[in-house]
Design a protein around this ligand. Sequence first.
Ligand SMILES: NC(=O)c1ccc[n+]([C@@H]2O[C@H](COP(=O)([O-])OP(=O)(O)OC[C@H]3O[C@@H](n4cnc5c(N)ncnc54)[C@H](O)[C@@H]3O)[C@@H](O)[C@H]2O)c1
Length: 450
Amino acid sequence: MNSRVQDMSDPFLSPIFDEADPSRAVLGVIGLGYVGLPLAAAFALRGRRVIGYDLNAERVARIRAGIDETGEVARVDLQRALDCGLVPTADPDKLAEARIIMVCVPTPITRDRRPDLGPLLAACAILGPRLARGKVVIFESTVYPGVTEDVCGPALAEASGLVVGQDILLGYSPERVNPGDKAHRVETMVKVVAGQGEAVTRALGQLYGELNGDQIHYAPSIQVAEAAKAIENAQRDINIAFVNEVALICERIGLSVHDVLDAARTKWNFLDFKPGLVGGHCIGVDPYYLSYLSQSIGHEPDVILAGRRLNDHMADEVADRIAFRFREVSQPVRRPSALVLGAAFKEDVPDLRNSRTPQLVRRLCRHGFQVEVHDPWFDPKDLARAQDLTATAWPGKAFDLVVIAVGHRAFLERSPEALLALVSPGGMIADPKGLYRNVRWSSPVNYWTL
Ligand SMILES: NC(=O)c1ccc[n+]([C@@H]2O[C@H](COP(=O)([O-])OP(=O)(O)OC[C@H]3O[C@@H](n4cnc5c(N)ncnc54)[C@H](O)[C@@H]3O)[C@@H](O)[C@H]2O)c1
């Protein structure tokens, strides 16, 4: 699985490197989502012509109108990028103009939690016929080591009729952006790059260096770069699983995990992770890419899968603890009403991918609660349709139970009294993340946290 290093004396390669000059090569970006659009816009803002292709024509139309509904690219920046050279399109033929193409399509998992390489293969099938000799294809999608060269390479070769490693060259540069995170952007983070051979790797460094002031880490092979990304997210998943497990232990012995963590993190080398529900397109998904590879080569990835198992069940565990505590402290009610605050997979993003709220809601329903969900980032009708749950605007009535599932700033900006107003007399506030644990409530309320 080593990167194939091609003969650098091949004369056809030189135009690639010449055109990595900021002022020249036209770029292509396939997949204009959370990753692809900010990347395409950033290059356009630096004066490059960027063909941004997405098969979702509606999304392309909105981007053309200056709207990024993921909230990652501000309207003013998107408009400037469009004025500078970003060409959003749903016409794949336009990709033929691009010399260096970056593939940023989703890499989800199947129902049985195996890598679903369908979107990547579809992107290769679309791109292949539009490739020509001398082009570079860089993959940014998160994969397990080997996918770029052993899966995408052959797919591109078949679709293009070209020889990968000779006619066209591959690269990999993992993406580290984090939805809703304004500090860690393509312009501010170190970028890991690797290509088929040293010269391509250097060219990729030069290219991405335009965006982030040359903060480039040159990985020795594509597989190393792929593996680095896979373990970054698996490591985070395992660390969160550990504090989640600690939280469950603490809860059973009547300690707040938040108090325990406050004390523990005063040690210089204690790793500061917080308990929570792990959703989204990355942390809860990428470890399955690594575990799939591991199992396929005969190693059982016990640690990775144990972390996944725990995090996959955390929403059920939290719902069970809440229901148990509710029965202990509240007046018996036949079908208690519950309001769950937050449906996005994490705070302050309009992103429902693999959100754990539906799992939490289903479990609360099994405990007999009648559940409504509010999330200020979504229109209730859209939310209800997308998640198959009962959604509401900020309610004007009170509930027996209020669960703060996601710590959106919009919730925290409301006063604690506004939250109290949502709780029926004798009802309970469940705040797994401990966001309100230092609040002095103006009237007595049953409050539970992990
Ligand atoms: N979201 C993140 O913060 C993040 C961070 C790091 C890495 N990643 C990785 O980056 C990749 C992309 O993630 P994302 O969050 O941007 O996904 P996304 O769902 O936000 O965007 C993907 C876009 O690709 C389009 N698309 C799908 N198949 C296509 C095809 N065959 N041709 C053209 N367009 C296609 C979709 O319509 C969508 O607009 C994934 O591998 C993900 O794991 C994501």
